[in-house]
Write a protein that binds this ligand. Structure first.
Ligand code: TYD
Ligand code: MG
Length: 455
């Protein structure tokens, strides 16, 4: 057989290139292209070689089958992110920065499932069994009927899984796996891809659910989780600030449930503790009302979550003033600064702007626009907003306020947490409960006039 021509993939975004280049055209990453190892011929071979395939069985859309039974781990925050529990034969990728707590979370999850009677295997390619056992005893999980393995050879892992047929297998991590049929270093794009492909096919064929851990990597030779996201059913990201104890588990893709659902955890000395009421937690650090702080009534997945948006505006010594944004979309922030300048005549030129969401939360809803603008204005004017006020609404480029979904849930959550005023766009359908005052405003100019007494 003729040698197939070499191809290169980007270790950051996975784009395939016929030639090596210093920069990936698809994602713009520098020095990220690595040569793909040729696949050995056999089942994984790409060429069809003229051989005829088998005819596949086709079926109709109508089905009598009941939806698959889901298994609950008993950890509510985890089950909700999966869409109500673990679906049999599903493939899940848990991605996150190194050291964020992925192994801790999955050890707790696997132990909970094992205690509920599921056959569970935890295979670590990074830690020795003694290390995992030590962590388990620290977390109070030693009595769970979870079986451990330490292995990096994909072939041995597949053979073990085939013999054991567990309900759930946790593989920590895909970057450490080594497939001997692929001629490349562990952690390279082709290794990670083929290991993931084999494990996902195993899950589908044998009915075992697999959870794969993937480290997010910034650059270099090691392939990040992005290159396998399309192969799995569910992609979960485990996020949080290193300095903070809060961790957020976010579903970014889910074939068996809603995406954008979040679960909130707190990293404690005894592992990850679930946080059933995240709003109270995110607002717990809030002191007296101060300039630059606005409370946003947001929705994360199916739940309302209140967060505090903090802004600081200071004179800049730089030719291009700083725009430092943590936990919010920087593009959105630029847009709102431009709208404030053009529609409300409130410029931020010559001013450094710092924006942050308290508690390490990330807010991606456009509904946060108005709260973001309120925090910026409050910081710039040095006027504190009322401490008992929540804000939500989208800002259009014309400066008009657009109503957002689930207004009633947002207001209810705010009221539950003791807030008694809300500001929302004019066409918001919901009405507040008794004891809460809702101001509905048509545009940003009116908002500025009402809050800061200038237009
Ligand atoms: P780990 O789960 O090993 O992270 P990952 O698998 O994502 O690389 O977690 C590492 C961090 O978690 C480590 O810095 C210590 C901290 N930790 C706690 O604070 N409490 C605990 O009970 C455990 C097990 C870990
Ligand atoms: Mg780990």
């Amino acid at each position: 057989m003729a040698k197939s021509p070499a191809s290169f993939s980007c270790s950051q975004c996975g784009a395939v290139h016929p030639k090596w280049a210093g920069r990936c055209d698809a994602c713009g990453g520098w020095n990220t292209l690595v040569e793909d190892a040729p696949l050995a011929s056999g089942p994984g071979s790409r060429t069809l070689g003229g051989a005829r395939g088998r005819r596949i069985a086709l079926s109709s859309l109508a089905t009598e089958e009941a939806p698959p039974p889901r298994a609950g781990s008993g950890m509510e925050e985890f089950d909700r992110v999966l869409g109500g529990g673990l679906v049999p034969a599903s493939a899940i990728l848990l991605a996150g920065d190194p050291g964020i707590g992925k192994s801790t979370l999955l050890l707790q999850v696997a132990a909970s499932f094992a205690r509920r009677g599921l056959g569970c295997l935890y295979i670590s390619g990074e830690e020795a069994p003694a290390q995992v056992r030590m962590r388990a005893s620290r977390l109070g999980l030693s009595d769970a009927p979870l079986r451990l393995g330490a292995e990096t050879s994909l072939r041995d892992i597949l053979t073990t899984l085939d013999a054991e047929r567990p309900d759930l297998a946790v593989i920590d991590s895909i970057q450490t796996l080594w497939a001997d049929m692929v001629d490349a270093a562990p952690g390279s794009v082709s290794q990670v891809r083929s290991a993931c492909h084999e494990l996902v096919s195993f899950a589908k064929k044998r009915g075992t659910s697999v959870i794969l851990v993937g480290h997010v990597t910034k650059e270099g030779q090691i392939a990040g989780p992005r290159v396998v996201e399309h192969m799995v059913d569910t992609v979960l990201y485990f996020e949080g600030e290193r300095g903070h104890q809060f961790r957020i588990l976010r579903a970014v893709k889910n074939r068996f449930g809603p995406a954008d659902e979040i679960g909130v955890f707190e990293m404690t000395g005894a592992g990850l503790a679930e946080v059933p009421n995240p709003s109270a937690l995110f607002l717990s650090e809030r002191g007296q009302s101060a300039p630059g702080s606005a409370v946003f009534a947001g929705i994360e997945g199916s739940r309302p979550v209140l967060t505090e948006i903090q802004a600081l505006v200071a004179p800049s010594t730089l030719a291009t003033p700083r725009r430092t944004v943590v936990g919010l979309d920087p593009g959105r922030v630029s847009t709102i600064l431009a709208v404030l300048e053009s529609r409300c005549a409130i410029p931020f030129t010559g001013l450094d702007v710092f924006l942050n969401v308290a508690g390490g939360m990330r807010v991606i809803e456009p509904a946060a626009d108005l709260a973001l603008a309120a925090a910026l204005l409050s910081a710039r004017e040095d006027v504190a907003l009322p401490a008992d006020m929540v804000i939500f609404g989208e800002i259009s480029l014309s400066g008009a306020l657009r109503p957002v979904g689930q207004a009633e849930n947002r207001l209810k959550e705010a009221q539950k947490l003791g807030f008694s005023q809300a500001v929302a766009p004019e066409r918001t359908k919901a009405e507040p409960g008794e004891g809460m005052r809702l101001r509905k405003l048509p545009d940003l100019v009116t908002f500025v006039g009402e809050m800061f007494g200038a237009g």
